[in-house]
Design a protein around this ligand. Structure first.
Ligand SMILES: Nc1nc2c(ncn2[C@@H]2O[C@H](COP(=O)(O)OP(=O)(O)O)[C@@H](O)[C@H]2O)c(=O)[nH]1
Ligand SMILES: [Mg+2]
Length: 406
């Protein structure tokens, strides 16, 4: 029985037929100005690469700007589409749960998820995200984009190095948002207990939850799809990043406990998940960072949480932070140990809120340091810095394991 879909939507879906090769799912919340392009491109992609054997779904969070009307107004020819409002905790995760339930009703072989604020999406993205599943036995596909060196900082400094080193599979964009999901993982996600959908998984924790479960529970391979540039609505880090950071990082840390058997006593050889397709030659749009402001925010936050931070970190590590308190920057070595220490502390449910709050200024300081360090570097050269940071995470797993067992 679907939980995030109402009866009306379920009956509407039952009129559409069953057994589609591909369902494209588009979550939205007030994306009227951008969703039409995503629908048009999806229809084109389904016709061109899947003989039209697919459907397009829109799972909306109760938009007040006419997003659903815009979605429905697009002429998609023979490709069917349905727009609905999901039920449950408001958030991206609930929207995606409803899409997976709908895809199960439609008996789709695979689902491709596309954000409704994408501008760079092209018809061939559908092929890249779905073919590894439909033709090569993959269970799950993450996007592989070329991004500007200052874009995707939660990914670069936490999700990518932590997820890759813990679970032994390098996936460059574990929270990229545009995913391919096969039947097996669809069922696994939907079979999880109801309480999951009352956690941050119902919000922006969904991406890292999808990826981590695919790595830890999936029986097939995980792949990456070369998609070129990701151009979408940019967020103001100062205003909008806080909730997203806490939902993503909180979910990631929480999953480390669930899947500790996968990393606590096992040393993986870290391998890169296969990249499907040639990365197109694109230059991502530059992201501007106000470095002085970032350092200020970092310094102020570190000051505010200084005493609490002292309770999380070992004394020696905390002392290393004395200079960061002045500079508003944190180097890779110190950062790695901070992340590991915080992950260990996160097992204490009572501290979770303040842990994440106090990690945010430290993370800003790491980003500030990265920005200074790579100011004169090209995107490719900055990428080497990200790779070296990942290597350091991997080489420091002993520190994490020791602290975890204390
Ligand atoms: N239905 C629904 N969709 C959401 C919600 N929040 C975000 N989304 C969708 O999830 C996708 C990603 O959100 P976005 O804000 O662009 O996040 P980012 O690209 O990861 O920074 C977009 O398609 C949003 O419309 C929500 O509360 N409800
Ligand atoms: Mg976006």
């Amino acid at each position: 029985m679907p939980k995030a879909l109402d009866q009306t939507t379920t009956s509407k879906l039952s009129e559409e037929g069953k057994g589609f090769d591909l369902v494209v799912g588009i979550p939205s919340y007030n994306n009227a100005s951008t969703i039409e392009h995503v629908v048009r491109v999806s229809a084109e992609g389904l016709k061109k690469h899947f003989k039209g054997n697919g459907m397009i779904l829109n799972s909306d969070g109760g938009s007040s700007d006419g997003t659903q009307e815009r979605f429905m107004a697009v002429d998609t020819g023979q490709v069917g589409k349905v727009s609905f409002c999901y039920h449950g905790v408001p958030g991206k995760g609930s929207a995606l749960r409803a899409i997976l339930e709908a895809a199960r009703e439609l008996e789709a072989k695979a689902v491709v998820l596309l954000d409704s604020d994408l501008r760079s999406v092209a018809p061939w993205w559908l092929q890249r995200l779905a073919a590894p599943i439909l033709e090569h036995g993959a269970s799950y596909v993450t996007p592989y984009y070329q991004r500007h060196k200052y874009d995707a900082t939660i990914t670069n400094h936490i999700c990518y190095p932590l997820t890759s080193s813990l679970y032994g599979k390098k996936m460059r964009q574990p929270i990229g948002g545009d995913f391919g999901i096969g039947r097996e993982m669809m069922e696994r996600y939907l079979d999880k207990p109801e309480e999951i959908w009352h956690s941050d998984v119902a919000r922006f924790g969904i991406d890292i939850w999808f990826t981590t479960l695919a790595l830890c529970e999936g029986s097939g391979n995980v792949h990456q799809a070369a998609l070129g540039a990701k151009i979408h609505d940019v967020k103001d880090p100062g205003k909008e990043l806080g909730p997203m950071f806490s939902q993503v990082v909180g979910t990631l840390f929480g999953l480390m406990e669930v899947y500790q058997d996968r990393w606590l006593n096992t040393d993986h050889i870290m391998e890169t998940a296969p990249i499907y397709g040639d990365p197109p030659d694109v230059r991502p749009e530059p992201v501007n960072v106000d470095l002085e402001n970032l350092k200020d925010v970092a310094r102020n936050g570190i000051e505010e949480y200084w005493d609490f931070i002292a309770t999380v970190l070992e004394e020696e590590l905390w002392k290393e932070l004395l200079s960061s308190r002045e500079s508003g920057e944190i180097n890779t070595t110190t950062w790695t140990k901070i992340v590991f220490s915080y992950a260990c502390a996160y097992r204490n449910r009572d501290l979770r809120k303040i842990l994440i709050e106090s990690l945010i200024p430290l993370y800003f300081a790491r980003v500030a340091s990265f920005v200074s360090e790579t100011a004169e570097l090209s995107d490719d050269e900055a990428e080497d810095v990200v790779e070296r940071q990942l290597e350091l995470f991997k080489d420091s797993l002993g520190y994490l394991r020791e602290r975890w067992k204390q």
